[in-house]
Design a protein around this ligand. Structure first.
Ligand code: NAD
Length: 482
């Protein structure tokens, strides 16, 4: 189907071509056919977007002085505008990224929920009174930061942009959004939603472009007061270094190598369902994928058999295929990378319990089979590195202490899963895991109102919930000698 959505940059309330005239072509990973051509921003366009956002965020501007409850109404109107286009945006996301329409629909719904949640926050950002000695009144207010940059990856292009735009706007900041050049389309709908919700010009700006030009220009811009970066750990470090040049704050949401820890007292059917979903949803291209299955040796064979049955019964299908439950990976290069990891896994001693290659029945598209690797040890490459594809590595353990040690022995620390019927065990293990998020008997799960983020090389700072309100405001202390 032809793409009929926006194809220009959205800067200062206008739809404009890139100053250089450059464009990006996007391809449908399910058909390998060209899907859309959109404007490609570089440093000049990012400068223009930041300038517009700076002027819209200035003291005295319409956005800065707006009654906070009115700002909340604007955010709610953005949620409504997005909800009204849910089917359209989902289809665009399916074609651009390859995910199934069901998965894309969940992404769009999460954004709607996130905007509604933060719409309720706009008039609830409060300060505090401080008890200081002497005849003084001392209090702390929380102010917006100003211009915020949002650099977004290709795996959840719409949701991950909205996850940080919504709280940034709720706190009275303005936003410049740089989607991935591999999936630039859905983020442009934030321009449409901002227009329909009557946001002042310059409050939301969207500049698709390459990471090396547009992304780096945004991260290193002296007028950007905060950068939310979601992407690989490698680029996250570079963004942090660029932002440090201007002492700009960062929130970094990076990679993961999530463990499931399955104990013998677990409901194995529920665990098989959760483990399957947690690694094969979005074709495994998830920061919080449960890509390491740590399972007690007494139940390992039984659980692996249940997961393999589910994996082999998962229909692969494109964004327009109604019965597809797992889509293709995002590009040919990425497919080659995932297959290379499987080869390395086997060379290092893993056994392919199912999958291991591409779907030979498909004429086109980058469909990697849902793959389960057994006989994995935690020092193998497939257990240490983020594969970012539909590949599960199974590692056995013999007691709780060993399970905790294996789970924590990773450079990453995003989401960990625990499967047990034992209440004490669930609490003990949750407490012992060095992860930003832990989920018991369900995987993966998050809500707009709960903090999202990781320890170690999985990131810095937290998104969602009240945590994001703190990330997008700064304290100002005011002292009065009375
Ligand atoms: P990536 O790091 O290659 O790119 C992410 C974004 O950064 C893109 O918009 C890209 O254009 C931009 N970029 C590239 N180079 C840049 C530079 N020098 N300066 C500024 N920006 C630059 O990541 P990806 O391949 O798009 O996404 C996959 C990665 O994202 C995985 O590692 C995954 O774990 C991670 N991720 C993390 C979360 C989370 O919440 N923790 C969520 C989703 C994805």
């Amino acid at each position: 189907m032809e793409y009929s959505g926006p194809t220009s940059l959205y800067i200062d309330g206008d739809w404009v071509d890139a100053e250089s005239g450059e464009t990006i072509e996007t391809f449908d990973p399910a058909t390998e056919e060209r899907y859309a051509t959109v404007a490609c921003a570089d440093e000049t366009d990012v400068d223009a977007a930041v300038e517009a956002a700076k002027s819209a965020a200035a003291r005295g501007s319409e956005w800065r002085t707006m009654d906070p409850s009115t700002r909340g109404e604007r955010l709610r109107a953005m949620a409504d505008a997005i909800a009204a286009r849910k089917d359209e945006i989902s289809l665009v996301e399916s074609h651009d990224n390859g995910k199934t329409p069901f998965e894309a629909g969940m992404e769009v719904q999460m954004v709607v929920d996130t905007f509604r949640y933060y719409a309720g926050w706009t008039d609830k950002v409060t300060g505090e009174y401080n008890a200081v000695p002497g005849d003084r009144v001392n209090f702390t207010t929380r102010e917006p930061l100003g211009v915020t940059g949002h650099i977004v990856p290709w795996n959840y292009p719409f949701q991950l942009a909205g996850r940080s735009i919504a709280p940034a706007l709720a706190c009275g900041n303005t936003a410049v959004v740089k989607p991935s050049s591999q999936t630039p389309l859905s983020a442009l709908y934030y321009g449409i939603a901002a227009e329909e919700a009557g946001l002042p010009e310059g409050v939301v700006n969207v500049v698709p472009g390459s990471g090396s030009k547009a992304g780096s220009a945004l991260a290193s811009h002296p007028d950007v007061e905060h950068v939310t970066f979601t992407g690989s750990t490698e680029i996250g470090k570079r963004v942090m270094a660029d932002a440090a040049e201007n002492v700009t704050g960062v929130t970094l949401e990076l990679g993961g190598k999530g463990p499931h820890v399955v104990f013998p007292d677990a409901d194995l059917d529920a665990a098989a369902k959760g483990v399957h979903y947690g690694i094969f949803m979005n074709a495994g291209q998830m920061c919080w994928a449960g890509s390491r299955l740590l399972v007690h040796e007494d139940v390992a064979d039984e659980l692996v058999e249940k997961i393999v049955q589910r994996a082999e019964a998962t229909p692969l299908g494109s964004g327009i295929d109604d019965d597809g439950r797992m889509g293709p990976v995002v590009s040919e290069d990425h497919m080659e990378d995932v297959l290379e990891y499987i080869t390395i896994g086997v060379e290092e001693g893993a056994t392919v319990a199912c999958g291991g290659g591409v779907d030979e029945e498909k004429d086109a598209g980058y469909f990697v089979e849902p793959t389960v690797l057994t006989d994995v040890t935690n020092d193998m490459t497939v257990a240490r590195e983020e594969i970012f594809g539909p590949v599960l590595s199974v590692i056995e353990f013999s007691d709780q202490e060993e399970a905790i040690e294996l789970a924590n022995d990773s450079p990453y620390g995003l989401l960990a899963g625990i499967w047990t019927q034992g209440l004490s065990r669930a609490h003990q293990v949750a407490d012992a895991l060095d992860y930003g998020m832990v989920s018991v008997n369900e995987y993966p799960v998050t809500f707009p109102q709960t903090p999202f983020g990781g320890t170690k090389q999985s990131g810095h700072g937290r998104e969602q919930g009240e945590e994001a309100i703190r990330e997008f405001t700064q304290a100002k202390n005011i002292n009065l000698n009375i």
